[in-house]
Design a protein around this ligand. Structure first.
Ligand SMILES: [Zn+2]
Length: 414
C-alpha cells in the first residue's frame, strides 16, 4: 500500500506537513477514500496569518475529489486548529480545498469546466453527480474569486443595456465592456439609481478613461452616464434605434390591418414578420408575397420604406454627411402623415447629437446583444429565478470572462 499512498500524496500536491495515511477502496460502493494526516509542527492562523502552535484537531470531515477510474473519491482529514494568541483557536485552511468548500480545488476546477462546457447547469449537475445547491455554490465561489482578481484598467468603450428578467415588466441592467466583450456587472431594475449602482464597480480613475458609452435613448441611462463619466460621449445604439422604427412600422400595420379588415380585406393579416426583418432574411416564397405587398398603396409599405431608408445613415463615413442625410430623411418621415413614424422621427431628432457620435466611435450594443442568446438560455433554464442574486452569478459566470479557477491552480498552469 505504501507506494499507493505516496502516489496519492504526489497527485494531490500535498506539502510535507501532510501524509496519506490510508487509501481504502470500497469496490461495492465504487468509492475510494483517501485519509490524510497532519504531521504536526506549526500551522498558520487563517485570520491573521501568524505562525501558531496546534491547539487540537477538528473532527474528521471529507472533501469530494476527482473520481479515480469512475470511483467517487473523497479525502478525509482532521484539520489542525491553530492556537493563535491574537485570534483564539481557529481551524486552519487545508492546501487542497478552499475555505468553505466541501470539494477539493481540483474537483472544483473540473466542475467549473464541466459547467462551462455544458452551458446548462442542470445537465452539469447530473454529469457531476451533484445537487443544484452544490453546483450553484461552486459557481458562486468561482465568480467571487474572479471578481476579486478582475482587471478593470483602460476600459474605453462601455455599453449599458437592459434585459427582461422575470415575466412581466421586470428588468435587469447590464454594464458591458464592449472592447473586451464581457459583462462587468448586472443590477436589478432599469432606473437611474440602478444604473448608478453599475458604475460603482469602477474607480474614479477608471471612469475617467471611458471614451464613450453605447445605450438606448432611455433618459435614466443617459443621466447616469452624464453624472458618472462626464467626459464620456453617449452613443445611441443603432440596434435600439432600429427597434424603435420597427415598432412604429408595426403600429402602422396593426392600425391599417384593423381598418382593412372592416372592408373584408385581409392583405396585411399575418404579415408582421415581413415588415420587421431585413429583406435579406426573408425566405424565398415569402419574399414574392412581400414584393407584391410592398409595392401596393399601403400605409404600412410607406412606413416600411421610411424605416428601410434610415439604415443608410450608418453607411456614411463622416458625421457631417450623415447629418445632411438625416435632415432629408426627417422631412420625408414627418410629412408621411403616419403618426407612429412621426413620433419616432421627432425622438431621433431630439437625440441627434448623441446619434451622430457614432461616426466618431463606431460602437454599438450589438456585441452585448450577442449575450442575448446566452442570457436567454440562462433565463430559460431556471424556472423563475426567484433570487436575482442567482441570475447575476450565472450571467457573470458565463459572460464575465472571469478567471474562475482558484489562484493556486492558475499559478500552476502558467
Ligand atoms: Zn490569528
Amino acid at each position: 500500500m505504501s507506494h499507493l499512498t505516496e502516489h496519492y500524496r504526489l497527485l494531490l500536491g500535498l506539502d510535507a506537513a501532510w501524509e496519506v495515511s490510508e487509501v481504502s477502496l470500497c469496490l461495492e460502493e465504487k468509492r475510494v477514500e483517501i485519509s490524510l494526516m497532519h504531521l504536526g509542527g506549526r500551522v498558520t492562523c487563517p485570520e491573521c496569518g501568524a505562525e501558531c502552535s496546534i491547539a487540537d484537531h477538528a473532527p474528521e470531515r471529507n472533501w469530494r475529489h476527482l473520481d479515480t477510474m469512475q470511483f467517487e473519491t473523497r479525502l478525509c482529514a482532521r484539520t489542525p486548529r491553530a492556537n493563535c494568541k491574537a485570534c483564539g483557536v481557529k481551524t486552519s485552511t487545508v492546501p487542497w480545498a478552499g475555505k468553505y468548500s466541501r470539494f477539493t480545488l481540483l474537483f472544483e476546477a473540473f466542475a467549473i469546466s464541466v459547467i462551462q462546457a455544458c452551458g446548462n447547469v442542470k445537465n452539469a449537475a447530473t454529469l457531476l453527480g451533484l445537487d443544484w445547491d452544490s453546483v450553484h455554490g461552486i459557481m458562486e465561489r468561482a465568480v467571487e474569486r474572479g471578481l476579486e482578481r478582475r482587471q478593470l484598467d483602460s476600459l474605453d468603450y462601455l455599453g449599458i443595456d437592459e434585459k427582461s428578467f422575470r415575466r412581466g415588466h421586470s428588468y435587469v441592467t447590464l454594464l458591458v465592456d464592449l472592447t473586451g466583450s464581457r459583462v462587468l456587472e448586472v443590477v436589478e431594475d432599469r432606473t437611474e439609481e440602478a444604473a448608478n449602482t453599475l458604475w460603482k464597480v469602477l474607480s474614479h480613475q477608471q471612469k475617467d478613461q471611458v471614451a464613450a458609452v453605447a445605450t438606448d435613448m432611455w433618459p435614466a441611462f443617459v443621466n447616469s452616464i452624464e453624472s458618472n463619466a462626464e467626459q464620456a460621449e453617449v452613443v445611441h445604439d443603432r440596434f435600439h434605434i432600429s427597434k424603435h422604427l420597427n415598432e412604429a412600422v408595426d403600429k402602422v400595420r396593426r392600425q391599417e390591418n384593423k381598418a382593412l379588415a372592416q372592408a373584408d380585406d385581409d392583405r396585411l393579416k399575418g404579415t408582421k414578420q415581413l415588415w420587421l426583418f431585413n429583406p435579406e432574411n426573408i425566405s424565398e416564397d415569402r419574399w414574392i408575397e412581400f414584393e407584391t405587398l410592398k409595392n401596393q398603396e399601403l400605409k404600412t409599405s410607406r412606413a416600411w420604406a421610411i424605416k428601410e431608408q434610415f439604415r443608410w445613415l450608418w453607411e456614411y463615413r463622416y458625421a457631417g454627411n450623415a447629418r445632411k442625410f438625416f435632415t432629408r430623411w426627417y422631412n420625408w418621415a414627418t410629412r408621411s402623415r403616419l403618426k407612429p413614424i412621426i413620433e419616432v422621427a421627432k425622438m431621433l431628432k431630439r437625440h441627434l447629437e448623441n446619434i451622430l457620435t457614432y461616426f466618431r466611435h463606431r460602437i454599438t450594443n450589438a456585441m452585448s446583444e450577442g449575450f442575448n442568446s446566452r442570457i436567454q438560455s440562462i433565463k430559460s433554464q431556471a424556472r423563475g429565478f426567484r433570487a436575482f442574486k442567482n441570475f447575476r452569478t450565472r450571467i457573470l459566470f458565463y459572460c464575465g470572462k472571469l478567471e474562475l479557477l482558484h489562484e493556486k491552480l492558475t499559478h500552476q498552469n502558467s
